[in-house]
Design a protein around this ligand. Structure first.
Ligand SMILES: [Zn+2]
Length: 123
């Protein structure tokens, strides 16, 4: 009688549950307004012009909730900007009409104006 021993090595079952993002899909619009995300959306010079406008107090926030931000921005003219969430994506519009491919400086200024404390300094 020949006994053939066989011992299969059981692959370890790696628990990955700890890495699941908490609250994904439930994030508010503020989560889009950190510096990194804003710089991903717009060119740095647009970001800086927005920062400068926010710093000079040109932004008045009219409406703000979890999914919506509407502001009035004073530039050479008065503009109305809007950000809103749609199916988990950030959408925007500005009455300057230059905010098609990326948010314009007015939208940047509005986003930065939601930051607690001071807006970042423009060079
Ligand atoms: Zn604009």
């Amino acid at each position: 009688m020949v006994l053939v021993g066989q011992k299969a090595r059981r692959s370890r079952y790696l628990k990955d549950a700890a890495n699941t993002r908490e609250g994904s899909g439930m994030s508010g619009i503020d989560d889009w307004f950190d510096e990194k995300t804003l710089l991903d959306m717009a060119p740095p010079d647009v970001f800086l012009r927005g920062a400068s406008a926010a710093e000079h107090g040109s932004v008045q926030i009219l409406e703000r909730d979890e999914e919506h931000l509407r502001s009035r921005v004073e530039d050479t003219e008065v503009l109305t900007t809007e950000f809103w969430l749609s199916s988990g994506e950030l959408k925007w519009s500005c009455t300057c009409g230059a905010a098609e491919t990326h948010p314009c400086e007015h939208l940047m200024a509005s986003a930065l104006a939601t930051w607690p404390g001071e807006a970042p300094r423009a060079e």
